[in-house]
Design a protein around this ligand. Structure first.
Ligand code: ADP
Ligand code: MG
Length: 762
């Protein structure tokens, strides 16, 4: 499976971004110089300009300066990787570096500017162009997009953004994200859409996009499956998976002096990155047999990309300004180590979980179904043509023969059948010899047949549409291969690739020469005189001495970095220990020993989701008995204190009710109406009325004084003249509808009152 000869190193390239506006305005020095030819990054120490500290030199597979072009970088570094993904290898591209150094710029770039598009969009173009030019191959491309933030995995393409996904492992296919959605894409436009949706979700979930993106890892996954007829006459499927990873900012989150909760949060954020560092160290070390992949989600998910079955390119992004020099050096050291990781990539042929195979099988199944349908029809038709009862074998062969013309035939067949049925129906209608009942029955029968025919047809059409939809997802190329411009473009690309390859080889040679120079210096030299020997050896000594110095400085730097890291870790450890002590204190003082032991016995570590869980409480582990109830709970649902029990008995207070909190007494509804009460008449008015009712001749009531105080309550008869109280009923009929008639006689200037219907006497 993995022979040593097929192993290859992780490719590491460094890209230094230009100074930004702010840095230029603040007049920061640039301390980074880039030697593209030699593939070297040279970092000066800004503090010691006197020159006694030598610049630090790092060599990489390729380096890119501030004026590097996206496309140039793609052709040189990423194209070969994506190309191998198309052949069925796994590939991974990491962007590593401090926040603001151009990771996202390298991976995504500027969306609307074709010159500044990053690796991800360029790879879309590359993949689909490759497919369109392929021949006799079938492709299926799908994309997923996920994010790891504070050790939680979020699917950026799912509708429910609050859901967190879990990692799972299968012995045959390795680690995968459970329930991660993936979309089959048929064109550049479609896959771009997928990316945009994911990016939108990424920023929606974040309160502060900048901070969020600097603390989360985004992974865009493209899976390319390709099916091709092998030499053995069988279809073989190759599956290549491309991981495009925009890592969180590599700056230490603890630098800002975070403490307590914030510190812990910071460690969680850094966990994946430091785990990545540890994995790299362990891989490079060669001595450690244990690689701590399981320490973080990121390293677990990308296990294959680090020392496994994948081709990997790491882009280290750095900034040139002097104030970033520490981070820059850390980044360079980190990626310098990664150079030594050995991967063992291989082509993934015929994996079990290839979606393409599933698609092909499903299409074949549907097609068979469709054929069976049309076969049935044809058989029926043929039978009809040949007359009932002809031999079946002959028909079978006939069926297979005209299989191909099936498509065109179908429409005719349906029409034919329909017309025939229609005709028969008419014939029945016209046939006067039939009894009406019989006629109705026959008609019904025919109608049912027509309905059946329609249904069958619909089902067939549906099936055909499904087959078509599935087939459309499988991409086949070879159409525009003859296209002239396409051909030219291809040539151009090839040339570009050749140039890139040339450059790469030149660089490699230069690097080799450089290193060989030193080794062979000694061998070549023969000395003519003692003095010359002294001179040359002094020169050499000087050279070696300076080398020694730089190595020493490097060692010192590393030690310092190491000490810093250790101090940080110790600080975190102290925090955690303090936390642990507090928890212990609580447990010791507030939880009975017995209970504690029970919980300790029940707790176990579940490997799969990697968390502690509790065994169910009902059984004691060894003897399979029911657990005895605690004494405080005998007879109750749950343990109760003595006080609560007493209180429960004394008063029916809900607070102490542990069970039966439903009250079962009948609930008499409260009354919402009132008894009828007679209207109360104001005493003054009552007196006046009484007076008025006594005898009409005797009294003269001047009611004008009530006007203001009684207002509308006053009946018209009372306000006007109480001279005709014969019936006791005020005259509110037609007559009194004109207010003037009642008021004017006694008080012509009085205000108009609305006419009330008056009081109803008993
Ligand atoms: P990161 O993702 O590492 O935090 P970004 O990719 O967001 O950093 O880059 C920060 C800024 O620097 C952006 O405005 C980007 O356009 C600019 N930038 C980064 N690299 C380059 C480059 N090589 N050329 C031009 N501008 C760059
Ligand atoms: Mg970014």
């Amino acid at each position: 499976m993995s022979k040593s000869k097929s192993s290859e190193s992780v490719k590491v390239v460094v890209r230094c971004r230009p100074m930004n506006e702010k840095e230029r305005a603040a007049k920061y020095e640039s301390v980074v110089s880039v030697d593209v030819k030699l593939g070297q990054i040279i970092v000066r120490n800004p503090r010691e300009s006197s020159g006694n500290e030598l610049p630090k030199i790092f060599t990489f597979d390729a380096v890119y300066g501030w004026n590097s072009k996206q496309l140039e970088m793609y052709d040189e570094t990423f194209r070969p990787l994506v190309e191998s993904v198309l052949l069925g290898f796994n590939g991974t591209i990491f962007a590593y570096g401090q926040t603001g150094t151009g990771k996202t710029y390298t991976m995504e770039g500027v969306r609307n500017d074709p010159e500044k598009r990053g690796v991800i969009p360029n790879s879309f173009e590359h993949i689909f162009t490759h497919i369109s030019r392929s021949q006799n191959q079938q492709y299926l491309v799908r994309a997923s997009y996920l994010e790891i933030y504070q050790e939680e995995i979020r699917d950026l393409l799912s509708k429910d953004q609050s859901r967190r996904l879990e990692l799972r492992e299968r012995p045959d296919t390795g680690v995968y994200v459970k329930d991660l959605s993936s979309f089959v894409t048929k064109s550049v436009r479609e896959i771009e859409h997928v990316m945009n949706v994911g990016n939108q979700n990424r920023s929606v979930g974040a309160t502060n996009m900048n901070e969020h993106s600097s603390r989360s890892h985004a992974i865009f996954v493209i899976t390319v499956e390709c099916s091709e007829l092998g030499v053995d006459g069988e279809n073989h499927i190759r599956v290549g998976k491309l991981n495009l990873v925009d890592l969180a900012g590599s700056e230490r989150q603890t630098k800002t002096g975070a403490q307590g909760e914030r510190l812990k949060e910071a460690t969680k954020i850094n966990l994946s990155l430091s785990a990545l560092g540890n994995v790299i160290s362990a891989l490079v070390d060669g001595r450690s047999s244990h690689i701590p992949y399981r320490d973080s989600k990121l390293t677990r998910l990308l296990q294959d990309s680090l020392g496994g079955n994948a081709r990997t390119v790491m882009v280290a992004n750095i900034g040139p300004a002097s104030y970033n020099v520490e981070e820059t050096l850390t980044t360079l050291r980190y990626s310098n180590r990664a150079k030594n990781i050995k991967n063992k990539p291989r082509i993934n042929e015929d994996p079990k979980d290839a979606l393409l195979r599933e698609f092909q099988e499903e299409i074949a199944r549907l097609k068979a179904q469709l054929q069976k349908r049309s076969g049935k029809k044809k058989r029926r038709r043929l039978r009809r043509r040949a007359g009932e009862g002809s031999d079946d074998e002959g028909l079978e062969s006939g069926e297979t023969e005209d299989d191909e013309e099936d498509g065109d035939d179908k429409g005719d067949y349906w029409r034919e059948q329909q017309e025939k049925l229609e005709k028969e129906r008419k014939a029945i209608l016209d046939d006067h010899s039939l009894v009406a009942e019989e006629k109705a029955r026959l008609l019904k029968e025919k109608e049912k047949k027509m309905e059946d025919l329609r249904k069958e047809r619909e089902a067939g059409e549906k099936l055909a549409a499904k087959v078509k939809a599935m087939e459309s997802k499988l991409l086949v190329g070879g159409k525009n291969i003859v296209d002239h411009t396409n051909e030219q473009q291809r040539m151009l690309e090839q040339k570009r690739q050749e140039i890139a390859e040339q450059k790469r080889r030149e660089r490699e040679m230069q690097q080799q020469m450089e290193s060989r120079d030193e080794e062979t210096l000694e061998l070549k030299e023969t000395y003519t005189s003692l003095q010359q020997e002294v001179d040359i050896k002094t020169k050499k000594l000087k050279k070696l001495f300076s080398k020694l110095q730089s190595v020493k400085a490097e060692i010192q730097d590393l030690q310092e970095a190491h000490i810093n890291e250790r101090q940080e870790m110790e600080q975190i450890q102290n925090e955690l220990t303090r936390d642990l002590k507090l928890k212990h204190l609580i447990i010791e003082n507030f939880i009975p020993l017995e209970e504690k032991n029970k919980i300790v016995n029940r707790a176990f570590f579940d490997e799969e989701p990697e968390e502690w869980k509790m065994k169910p409480i009902t059984r004691i582990e060894d003897d399979h008995q029911m657990m005895s109830r605690p004494r405080s709970a005998v007879g109750y649902w749950r343990p109760l204190s003595h006080h609560a029990r007493v209180a429960m008995m004394l008063k029916p207070d809900m607070r102490y009710k542990a069970e039966n909190i439903i009250m079962l007494d009948m609930d008499i509804p409260a009354r919402t109406t009132k008894e009828y009460q007679e209207p109360v008449i104001a005493p003054k008015l009552a007196a006046a009325l009484e007076d008025a009712l006594r005898d009409e001749d005797e009294i003269e009531v001047d009611a004008s004084s009530f006007h203001s105080s009684l207002g509308q309550m006053l009946p018209a008869s009372a306000s006007g003249s109480l001279k005709k109280p014969k019936s006791g009923r005020p005259r509110t009929g037609k007559k009194s509808s004109t207010p003037t008639s009642s008021y004017s006689p006694s008080s012509p200037g009085s205000p108009l009152y609305p006419q009330s219907r008056g009081l109803v006497p008993k």
